[in-house]
Design a binder for this molecule. Structure first.
Ligand SMILES: [Zn+2]
Length: 262
């Protein structure tokens, strides 16, 4: 059930037959956990707040740096040296005061992450490092919570939805795609640069996946597929992710276990 001011605010979404008032009400009841408040999180959080997602929990331990501003568009010059989650929360609330935003200004240890994932209905991985991505994947898989993962560097972006809530045992996980926890990114934003709109496109894809799932009742895209964006050619390629039957995270015949908290 939505109230009059929500109907007026969201009428261009409600007008879509796939969404309607019921879909909007689902968004208003939704609890999203977003880890990482950089460029991906800037785009994703703005669109989710604008769309009327009921509750956003945002996690980051970093401060805004001047060099962030070309891509982390939720921040303003006066936010430089402020902590990111507080600066982001104030922008999101300025955009939509009906959204509830909770901030966590620390890196989550596994136990805290497990608690936050338990409270959420979907998780957006907007982080920038492999150990964090692997830990998020492990916890989401264990708790059967959907995971929307993205990353970007240079002109390239990657996007993948893992439907851990309703997916089968044969579906691959993030660790099947990147099986080595010690694999550090050889390229990241600091060493190789990144184009702002490329990060924004990936963050928008993350927001769109959430809106699909909860406003229309299902994902319409192919899950457990790697969507690769090329910002120079401006095209997408979709590749399957083969399940690793020895995956130490998702397979029954687990290979050598790895510590995901190191
Ligand atoms: Zn796996």
């Amino acid at each position: 059930m939505i109230i009059d001011r929500e109907f007026i605010r969201y009428q261009r979404q409600i007008a879509l037959s796939e969404i309607g008032e019921a879909g909007q009400a689902q968004l208003a009841n939704l609890h999203v956990l977003m880890i990482g408040c950089g460029g991906l999180g800037s785009a994703a959080s703005l669109y989710l707040a604008a769309a009327g997602v009921g509750r956003l929990v945002i996690v980051d331990d970093d401060e805004v740096d001047m060099s962030n501003l070309h891509r982390q568009v939720v921040y303003r010059e006066q936010n430089v040296k402020s902590n990111k989650v507080e600066a982001m929360a104030s922008q999101l609330l300025a955009l939509n005061s009906m959204v509830k935003v909770r901030t966590i200004n620390t890196r989550l240890e596994k136990a805290q992450l497990e608690l936050e994932v338990m409270l959420a209905e979907i998780v957006l991985d907007c982080s920038d490092n492999m150990p964090t991505r692997q830990l998020i994947n492990q916890v989401c898989l264990e708790q059967k919570t959907d995971l929307v993962s993205a990353s970007a560097t240079g002109w390239q972006g990657q996007f993948c939805v893992f439907d851990y809530q309703s997916g089968t045992e044969e579906q691959a996980c993030y660790h099947c795609l990147y099986p080595f926890i010690e694999l550090q990114q050889t390229r990241n934003c600091t060493t190789s640069g990144v184009v702002g709109p490329v990060v924004g496109i990936l963050g928008n894809y993350q927001a769109l996946a959430v809106i699909q799932k909860f406003a229309t009742g299902k994902f319409h895209l192919e899950t457990s597929k790697l969507h690769l964006f090329d910002g120079l050619k401006m095209d997408w390629k979709v590749m399957g992710i083969i399940k690793d039957q020895q995956c130490s995270v998702c397979s029954r015949n687990k290979g050598v276990p790895v510590s995901l908290t190191e």
